[in-house]
Design a protein around this ligand. Structure first.
Ligand SMILES: Cc1cc2nc3c(=O)[nH]c(=O)nc-3n(C[C@H](O)[C@H](O)[C@H](O)COP(=O)(O)O)c2cc1C
Length: 126
């Protein structure tokens, strides 16, 4: 936990890539954020820029999981990039079977835009 918090403290920003469990945030991710937020006065999450994306085999593309991560980070006074939102549904149809990498052009365009926006976030927020 000490190393985990230190890696967040040193980072310019944190990218969360999450699955969705039963229309919500996976318990291990919630647990990790809860531990990282302690003690609240010295929390490494305060004003830390976050971006959230995720992929599911279902159609929803982690919409509800991402919304819950956003809610959790808001409670922790972190800053979450408002958009663009990238929700990757039916992910198993968008991956190259040999390399395991995305070979879906639209997904790659959305991911590029997402990462470029996160890189360009106001430096005062970092
Ligand atoms: C308990 C549990 C619930 C899940 N619920 C959903 C779901 O509601 N919709 C969905 O598309 N995928 C669901 N999945 C699949 C995950 O989104 C994910 O694709 C898969 O678990 C791989 O990620 P992981 O290895 O990090 O668990 C669920 C998986 C688990 C283990």
């Amino acid at each position: 936990m000490v190393e985990f918090k230190e890696s967040i403290r040193k980072a310019d920003g944190v990218l969360i890539v999450t699955p969705e469990y039963n229309t919500g945030i996976p318990g291990v991710l919630k647990n990790a954020l809860d531990w990282a937020s302690r003690l609240p006065k010295d929390s490494v999450l305060i004003h830390k820029p976050f971006a959230i994306t995720g992929a599911t085999p279902g159609n929803g593309g982690t919409a509800q999981s991402q919304a819950q991560v956003r809610q959790t980070l808001l409670a922790m006074d972190a800053y979450t990039m408002p958009g663009p939102k990238v929700l990757i549904g039916r992910v198993h149809e968008k991956l190259n079977e040999t390399t395991g990498e995305f070979d879906d052009d639209r997904t790659l365009i959305y991911l590029d835009r997402f990462l470029e926006t996160f890189e360009r976030l106001d430096p005062d927020l970092r």
